[in-house]
Write a protein that binds this ligand. Structure first.
Ligand code: FES
Length: 101
């Protein structure tokens, strides 16, 4: 194994898309749609080398889903909904600009 502590992206953004049989999860709140929309926007904005957006399994904040977290900032976004896309875009741009400064 080789350890590489060089960050590949300025922001690595994880969206919980976990799905449970009982529906008590982020997937049932529209997490996959939100992730897809955010990824599409980031690609269209030419941000693909600055931010990586991945789906995640349960992030342990189920009661506050849709749960998302950005690293290395460690910034959580909780109680998310697909309608929060404009707010997420703003937050992502802010996180990227903070790393660049
Ligand atoms: S199901 Fe999303 S945080 Fe647990």
């Amino acid at each position: 194994m080789n350890v590489d502590d060089h960050p590949l992206f300025q922001v690595h953004f994880f969206v919980c898309c976990n799905q449970r049989e009982n529906g008590d999860d982020c997937a049932s709140k529209g997490a996959s749609q939100l992730r897809d929309d955010l990824k599409k926007w980031a690609r269209e904005q030419g941000l693909s080398k600055k931010i990586r957006i991945n789906q995640a399994g349960c992030l342990g904040r189920c009661e506050r889903g849709i749960a998302m977290v950005a690293y290395p900032q460690g910034q959580w976004c909780l109680d998310g909904m697909p309608e929060d896309l404009p707010q997420l875009k703003e937050m992502v741009l802010k996180l990227i600009s903070e790393v660049q400064n």
